[in-house]
Design a protein around this ligand. Structure first.
Ligand code: ADP
Ligand code: MG
Length: 255
């Protein structure tokens, strides 16, 4: 990647405090088109807080967020969604009382933009067919898109959340531990789908504790330690042990 490319998404000096807890301190971060960037760190390092701050679910205490080089203030995830940014939250956020298809199309039916073009002109059947196709590509056994999400397993619900993000995320996907509840086969399918969207120029931020998967999939890995970025690792230049020593902080003392 050349240095003079304008990133799809950039965070400059992001600080986020929850009362007295400094969850993030001075975080600089960028994501280019067609890049998969891993975001790793121990529990409590600030990964989910960064994801929520980037999409507007939380407001930063300080710092700036830029989309295509333009400073933005997202007061809710609805606003970032309108810019093609989709999130799979660690705690999922599907509506349990609604069906799979209703979850996938929640709040979208009247929208005129997004990967599916003129949704208003499309009939329900076509939308459902598209949902079925995406779920099918995840190889997740869901008997019907009419099934209520509350009746499904954790793995199935996670697959639906990822499918929804992949269907709608035209610019950026923020995936916060998207494969944590999945079996190996399902997790590999999601890895394949993420690689597919990368090839279309979407930028992906992947938060994961599955370090071998992060090592394999990601072009760069940003390591957070107690709310600060401590290093950035580049594909081919590190191994999993190196990543672990940055996550635990021991690499800081080796220099
Ligand atoms: N809504 C919240 N209110 C108060 N503290 C929070 C909240 N969310 C996260 N934190 C705190 O912020 C820090 C970072 O948490 P989090 O972003 O969830 O880390 P990670 O996703 O890396 O495990 C932790 O100390 C956590 O307890
Ligand atoms: Mg988290």
């Amino acid at each position: 990647m050349s240095d003079n490319v304008t990133p799809l998404l950039e965070a400059r000096g992001i600080t986020k405090a929850y009362g007295n807890v400094a969850a993030l301190t001075g975080v600089n971060f960028h994501l280019n088109s067609g890049e998969i960037v891993g975001l790793v760190g121990d529990n409590g390092a600030g990964k989910s807080t960064l994801v929520k701050t980037l999409c507007g679910a939380h407001q930063p205490t300080d710092g700036q967020i830029l989309i295509d080089g333009e400073e933005v203030t997202f007061s809710s995830p609805k606003e970032s969604r309108e810019r093609g940014i989709e999130v799979v939250y660690q705690d999922l956020a599907l509506a349990n009382e609604l069906s799979v298809a209703e979850n996938i199309f929640l709040g979208r039916e009247m929208k005129r933009s997004g990967v599916m073009g003129l949704l208003g002109a499309m009939d329900r059947k076509a939308m459902y067919a598209s949902a079925i196709e995406t779920l099918h590509s995840l190889a997740i056994e869901i008997k019907s898109v009419e099934t209520r999400c509350g009746l499904m397993s954790g793995g199935q619900r996670q697959a639906v959340a990822v499918a929804r993000a992949i269907m709608w995320g035209s610019k950026v996907l923020l995936l916060d531990e998207p494969t944590a509840a999945l079996a190996v086969v399902e997790s590999d399918k999601i890895a394949g789908l993420v690689t597919g969207v990368k090839e279309k120029g979407v930028g992906v931020i992947l938060v994961s504790h599955n370090l071998p998967q992060v090592h394999e999939l990601c072009d760069r890995v940003v390591v957070l330690l107690r709310g600060r970025v401590v290093t950035e690792l580049h594909r081919g230049e590190y191994n999993i042990d190196d990543m672990v020593s940055w996550i635990t902080g021991t690499a800081l003392h080796k220099k």
